[in-house]
Design a protein around this ligand. Structure first.
Ligand SMILES: Cc1cc2nc3c(=O)[nH]c(=O)nc-3n(C[C@H](O)[C@H](O)[C@H](O)COP(=O)(O)OP(=O)(O)OC[C@H]3O[C@@H](n4cnc5c(N)ncnc54)[C@H](O)[C@@H]3O)c2cc1C
Length: 486
């Protein structure tokens, strides 16, 4: 349709009559049970769980096959209708939420939920986009293999969303992020063609890597309908410990020691500030800090071993003893059962949730070179205090990835709305610190709507221009997730 353009995230259809016809055709493709026009039934697809982003949609479509996705895209392309792909709707940057103008169509991939193939010997599996991360892990487990990606949202988030955001989580240190775990993809292009790139090869140097381009593209370059994923042998043993540390320099020292002693067996190294665990103990039921004295910093360490026989536990004992002897660790506890391991992990996994009862939180998912984390924390704390005196940083994250979740909770007694109004200036100040240390303003959650403006501040004009050229080549009419990323 001549005259369609993408403007501030809204796909503007030149001919509204034609759009109505196109919407009817899309509804026919999925059938009446899976084309949702009723606003009450649409609601779960229109807002994300924190209520930070909400939109409106002309239709919510729930296709049941790659073919139906391709047919929908062909119609949308012809009519210039914006398509917002959605998986589990757990994204944290508003990428899966349609614009408020009610013209876009939400495309939920959740019915594409088959595990197509698990090749235990070849250590690969092919799953569809709507398979939840937990179901993908379970499919690997049934074949006595490990799919190591693990996020607190794994019960709801889906492989399509996980790949589209290049999700990270707690296993990145040992196994890499979603991109590193993806061997191949099946993608529906903006004009409704199906690219079958479901290769399970470990090596493939045949030209430009389209797979790596679609992973992390947040629904703006194509719709992921299935993926070939890497599997690993399951560890025979895992041991989890929680250590208390006197300062952030000791956290860095313990990380270096854990890498040296644990080698490839170091499968998690998560750090949390004292205030973070104070909030967890205060607000999350059935959590308890199993250490004698409070400390400024805590680290959750997981060591895994391919062999049974207590190797991981012995290594952990030695590591913590050496750290205590060196004054790096003031106290530590090693989980003696699965229940105790789960209880320690719960302290880390509920860190974000524990902030909610304290009022507003301005959240940052940033990364810096690992060695610069202490510098980042010192400078960010000053910047935050200048932007809002009394604001309380809740610091935790994946230390070994240089990934800090720097979430700043409002001062006690301050009005929540007044605090959240400071989101822009406070984030800009924190992002300036990140940039000054050679870091990234989005370590694992993506850009979505939230960081679109900030992206322009930190990427060079050339990098933005190249990204725009790629977008224009793959989605010339701008129908794929308009208003996100760029
Ligand atoms: C409690 C909690 C903890 C979290 N912890 C982490 C964490 O540790 N690490 C981390 O990286 N993230 C984390 N997240 C963020 C989120 O879970 C991940 O980004 C997840 O990967 C999103 O998956 P989803 O299926 O919910 O995607 P959605 O939220 O539905 O979509 C996310 C983005 O992907 C696009 N998209 C979805 N499906 C497709 C598809 N099939 N094809 C193309 N584009 C698609 C959407 O348009 C959107 O831009 C967390 C979220 C919550 C709520």
């Amino acid at each position: 349709v001549a005259g369609n353009r993408v403007d501030g995230g809204q796909t503007i259809v030149a001919d509204p009559g034609r759009a109505v016809g196109a919407l009817a055709r899309m509804a026919e493709i999925v059938g009446p049970a899976h084309a949702i026009a009723d606003s009450d039934r649409q609601l779960p697809y229109l807002r994300e769980l924190r209520g930070l982003y909400a939109g409106s949609a002309a239709l919510v479509l729930r296709p049941g096959s790659t073919r139906e996705v391709a047919q929908i895209l062909a119609v949308a392309h012809e009519a210039g209708i914006g398509i917002v792909p959605q998986g589990g709707n757990t994204g944290l940057v508003g990428g899966q939420t349609p614009s408020p103008d009610g013209r876009q169509v939400v495309l939920s991939l959740s019915r594409l939920n088959s595990v197509r193939e698990v090749d235990a010997a070849g250590e690969t599996m092919i799953v569809e986009a709507g398979v939840t991360l937990a179901a993908a892990q379970a499919a690997a487990e049934r074949a006595e293999r490990l799919f190591p990606l693990s996020l607190p949202s794994e019960g709801s988030c889906q492989i399509g969303g996980v790949l589209a955001t290049n999700a990270g989580g707690v296993g990145v240190l040992a196994y890499g992020n979603a991109r590193a775990l993806t061997l191949g993809l099946e993608v529906v292009t903006a004009d409704g063609q199906v690219w079958d790139g479901l290769r399970t090869l470990k090596k493939d140097n045949t030209g430009y890597d389209l797979r790596d381009l679609f992973v992390g593209s947040e629904g703006t370059l194509g719709i992921i309908t299935a993926a070939a994923l890497k599997l690993f042998p399951r560890p025979a043993e895992k041991v989890v410990a929680l250590a208390a540390l006197p300062d952030i320099a000791s956290v860095a020292a313990l990380f270096r020691l854990a890498e040296a002693r644990g080698h490839a067996g170091l499968t998690a190294f998560e750090f949390m500030s004292r205030f973070t665990l104070d909030l967890v103990s205060k607000h999350i039921p059935n959590t308890r800090l199993p250490l004698r004295e409070p400390a400024p910093w805590y680290v959750l360490i997981e060591l895994s071993s391919a062999e049974p026989g207590g190797l991981a536990e012995a290594t952990m004992q030695r590591l913590l003893t050496e750290a205590a002897d060196n004054g790096i660790v003031s106290d530590a506890v090693i989980a003696a059962s699965l229940a105790q391991s789960q209880a320690l992990w719960r302290l880390r996994e509920t860190a974000s949730e524990a902030q909610r009862p304290e009022g507003g939180s301005v959240k940052h998912d940033v990364s810096v070179p690992v060695a610069r984390i202490p510098d980042f924390l010192a400078a960010a704390s000053k910047a935050v205090d200048a932007a809002c005196p009394g604001a309380r940083p809740v610091v935790f994250g994946h230390f070994g990835d240089g990934n800090v979740h720097y979430n700043v909770t409002q001062p006690v007694g301050m009005d929540k709305a007044a605090y959240l109004a400071l989101w822009g200036p406070m984030s800009e100040a924190v992002h300036d610190v990140v940039a000054s240390l050679g870091g990234s303003i989005s370590a694992e959650h993506g850009i979505g709507q939230m960081k679109r403006g900030e992206l322009l501040r930190f990427k060079s004009p050339l990098e933005i221009a190249l990204m725009r050229k790629i977008k224009a080549a793959l989605d010339p009419k701008g129908i794929l997730n308009p208003g996100k990323v760029l």
